[in-house]
Design a binder for this molecule. Structure first.
Ligand SMILES: O=C(O)CCC(=O)C(=O)O
Length: 282
């Protein structure tokens, strides 16, 4: 079978890509164990502070605070971020070197179920819909790579919680889409009926890559197990300075010790780009 579009063209036009079996077998099990090792500590702390309250994700599993007893799981997670199976795809899509940005772990809720809300990540940094639209228009008019990062989700157990609207990442909402995402001060954004929404079925070890500026949402049912590692990358030349990239623990002595030379080089670049931001707020 011929690949009919380049990865970058497919991502730019359709906004998402699926890669089966990025990780399999023992490697996949090790990654699941490593992420759950951090998750279980996070959940214990969360439950102490907020008993009976659900959560759907945690950020920064690479924070050294979770890895004081053993480096084993830290190494597994960090080597995954810098793995050529991830970076090769990411850098083909960007057409340039990449930069790590952050990681999150999405999990099923434990007490109550809920739909996720339809959104574009571009809406979070904007003061209102008009400003978001102006930001998107500027990105779409300029060099494609500007303003874009990508989400690289690795399902660690079978899961189909994410929905994405193909071809929505490079254009604004249709009236039907805008009704669900934005109308009534976003009071309809949990509703079903998003036109052309694709529910992405992943087997454990499969990866879903998507443009966070496309229309998407998750789903958080207590009955549907979810363990999904989400890695966020940007092009090297377009770092994003915010709470996701605020990771000063990277500068702790010995933080990168024991990682492969490949991973150390990759993360050293992250440190070099963000060091001043962590110290001086830019
Ligand atoms: O995977 C999910 O559940 C949702 C991801 C998402 O909404 C996001 O990354 O903005």
């Amino acid at each position: 079978m011929h690949q009919i579009k380049s990865l970058s063209r497919q991502f730019k036009e359709e906004g998402y890509l699926i890669f089966p079996e990025i990780f399999v077998g023992d490697e996949l099990q090790r990654l699941l164990t490593a992420c759950n090792y951090v998750h279980d500590q996070f959940a214990a702390e969360h439950d102490r502070l907020h008993p009976g309250v659900d959560f759907i994700s945690m950020s920064h599993m690479n924070d050294s605070r979770w890895h004081s007893d053993t480096r084993e799981h830290f190494k597994t997670i960090m080597e995954t971020v810098a793995d050529p199976r991830c970076l090769g795809i990411v850098e083909q899509i960007f057409g340039s070197p990449s930069l790590f940005r952050s990681m999150q772990y999405f999990v099923n809720r434990r007490y109550t179920s809920s739909e996720g809300n339809w959104h574009r990540d571009s809406q979070f940094g904007a003061k209102d819909d008009a400003e978001e639209r102006a930001n998107l228009d500027r990105i779409w008019k300029g060099d494609y790579s500007q303003g874009y990062g990508l989400q690289f989700q690795i399902a660690l157990v079978d899961n189909d919680d994410v929905e994405f609207v193909p071809y929505s990442g490079n254009r604004y909402d249709s009236p039907e889409e805008a009704y669900i995402r934005l109308a009534g001060q976003k009071s309809h954004n949990l509703e079903d009926g998003m036109p052309n929404a694709l529910r992405v079925e992943l087997k454990a070890g499969d990866a879903l890559i998507f443009n966070p500026f496309g229309l998407h949402r998750g789903r958080y049912y207590k009955e549907i197990p979810r363990r999904t590692l989400m890695l966020t990358y940007t092009p090297e030349d377009y770092p994003t300075y915010d709470s996701f990239s605020t990771q000063p623990w990277f500068e702790e002595p010995g933080y990168l010790d024991g990682l492969s030379p490949r991973a150390i080089t990759y993360f050293q670049q992250f440190i070099d780009v963000f060091r001043n931001f962590w110290k001086e707020g830019k």
